[in-house]
Design a protein around this ligand. Structure first.
Ligand code: DQQ
Length: 506
């Protein structure tokens, strides 16, 4: 395994453009259950609920499922507990969007059938279109089996489970598996192929490969890829497998690593040979992503951003879990995976406020404040030249009295970008663990940061090659301040641009 390739690759840099027709496209008047503006603000006094990341109207969500662009609309299905803000009683929630940003929430797409093969939960899966027939392929529990459902509804609002389910009733004979779930299906010539998350007892993670002619009758072929490296976990959840440039990419979420990894390699004779492995996101709150192809043929990824607070705090707030922004996945010319926010994200933003070329010191704080740069819902672009500094910091969500603040630090010596949440919240219900991503800067290279701040959900993109999704829960309404600091005399703030968001989405 190429250890150096553990560096995650992420992109940054969007051109903002301003206005967006708010909820104008939302209510087409043909459904009574569509979100109205009023319904979209179910938690008016909650200062931690994200405003522009996707999340259900209420209660729990985890992995994105069945992502698809179908008949001009983007569809997101997701693991959902409809009756509480904690994991359990897994259903598939469903929403659709024309722009990947504003969503109409639909009724539950799939629910457990009492006494059936999915009585204990409708777990993760994907969607394909089989001729004219949109089909969901998912895991039913307990035990873990694979099943399908089809829809003839033009907007995919109603689904029927196939009467012959489950389509794969048990793991292959002779394999002792540590898990058997989360089908990812694609078409290859006349065949449907399925990559299934698994692991071999006493060995390590594995992805099992199946083949079918009709999505109903499946034949086990062999492991698409398997590992006996303990550093890569014991069971690989939520696989995604797709061609990218001249290579193939596998995404998976290994138990017990609590992060999502990618492998780049070659695919021959229906076996995947891994050439490099890396982390998709190092912020500690990104898991089980899914990739689909958008209207312009881009590979687009949504990840699940889980909470970083206690279950009690989740239940009290009435919601838990969100999706990241959609990220475009590409291969760099040097063969590394890059993820950056989808160009449509620029539509979220409005006018900008900026500070340019100022030495980092007391004066610059004045300039930032005078420019009106402050807030908790928008995009912040910052270019810093560290000069002789061993450490530079971008501080956000800072209260005027200094009691709350979140620090993003670049450390020269360790070559790391660190997110320090130890002072993020006065509430003890927040997990304050520190997260870091490797980030070495070449001689004279600037630190280029793009942050999407959305109340408790923060996405950081740095220098086109690292990405951190992190949750923080400031408790004070006035924790909105933004500052920079450096422990050297030559550090310069080359540019700071703040673009607040222009619309209310969640
Ligand atoms: N979440 C689902 C499983 C999947 C896991 C259950 C990953 O299908 O393996 O909610 O978070």
């Amino acid at each position: 395994m190429n250890r150096r390739s553990w560096l995650s690759r992420a992109g940054w840099g969007l051109t903002a453009f301003s206005e967006f027709p708010l909820w104008a496209q939302q209510d087409r008047g043909d459904r009574v259950t569509h979100h109205s503006v009023k319904e979209s603000l179910p938690f008016p006094s909650d200062i931690q609920r994200p405003r522009y990341h996707f999340l259900p109207p209420r209660n729990w969500m985890n992995d994105p499922n069945g992502l698809a662009f179908y008949k001009g609309e983007y569809h997101v299905f997701y693991q959902h507990n409809p009756s509480a803000a904690v994991w359990g009683d897994m259903h598939w929630g469903h929403a659709a969007s024309r722009d990947l940003l504003q969503w109409r929430h639909f009724p539950i797409a799939l629910a457990p059938t009492p006494g059936g093969y999915d009585k204990d939960g409708v777990f993760s899966g994907c969607m394909v279109v089989d001729g004219e027939s949109p089909t969901l392929i998912y895991t039913g529990t307990q035990p873990e089996v694979q099943a399908i459902a089809t829809s003839s509804h033009p907007r995919l609002e109603t689904w029927s489970k196939w009467e012959g389910n489950p389509v794969i009733p048990a793991p292959p004979i002779g394999l002792e598996v540590t898990g058997f779930r989360d089908p990812f299906v694609w078409k290859e010539g006349p065949d449907w192929l399925m990559a299934l998350g698994s692991g071999q007892k006493g060995r390590g993670g594995a992805i099992l490969l199946y083949r079918s002619a009709d999505l109903r009758s499946w034949e086990y072929l062999h492991p698409l890829v398997a590992s006996d490296d303990p550093a890569l976990g014991t069971m690989w959840e939520c696989p995604n497998f797709f061609p990218l440039g001249a290579k193939h990419v596998l995404l998976f979420s290994p138990i017990p690593l609590r992060k999502a990894l990618y492998m780049i390699g070659s695919y021959k004779n229906r076996r995947f040979e891994m050439e490099s492995v890396g982390s998709l996101d190092d912020g500690g709150h990104f898991y089980a992503p899914q990739v689909f192809t958008d209207g312009a043929n881009r590979r687009v990824m949504f990840g699940w951003s889980w909470e970083g607070r206690t279950e009690e705090a989740q239940v009290q707030s009435g919601w838990a879990g969100a999706l990241t922004l959609p990220r475009v996945v590409t291969l760099d010319p040097d063969g590394k995976l890059r993820t950056e926010p989808h160009p449509l994200c620029a539509r979220l933003l409005q006018f900008s406020q900026a500070v340019r070329s100022a030495p980092i010191g007391e004066q610059v704080q004045e300039e930032i404040a005078q420019a009106g740069i402050a807030g908790n819902a928008g995009r912040l672009d910052v270019t810093l030249e560290p000069g002789d500094a061993r450490e530079v910091a971008l501080i956000f969500y800072a209260s005027p009295d200094g009691r709350e603040e979140t620090q993003l630090l670049w450390r020269k010596e360790s070559g790391e970008l660190v997110i320090d949440r130890s002072k993020s919240s006065l509430s003890s219900s927040q997990n304050t663990q520190v997260f870091q991503a490797p980030l070495k800067l070449g001689k004279g290279e600037s630190l280029r940061l793009t942050l999407y701040l959305d109340r408790s959900l923060v996405e950081v993109y740095a220098n086109g090659n690292c990405c951190l999704t992190t949750r923080v829960y400031p408790s004070l309404r006035e924790s909105l301040g933004i500052r920079v600091s450096a422990n050297g005399k030559k550090a310069i703030l080359r540019e700071m641009v703040w673009r607040p968001i222009a619309m209310q989405v969640s």
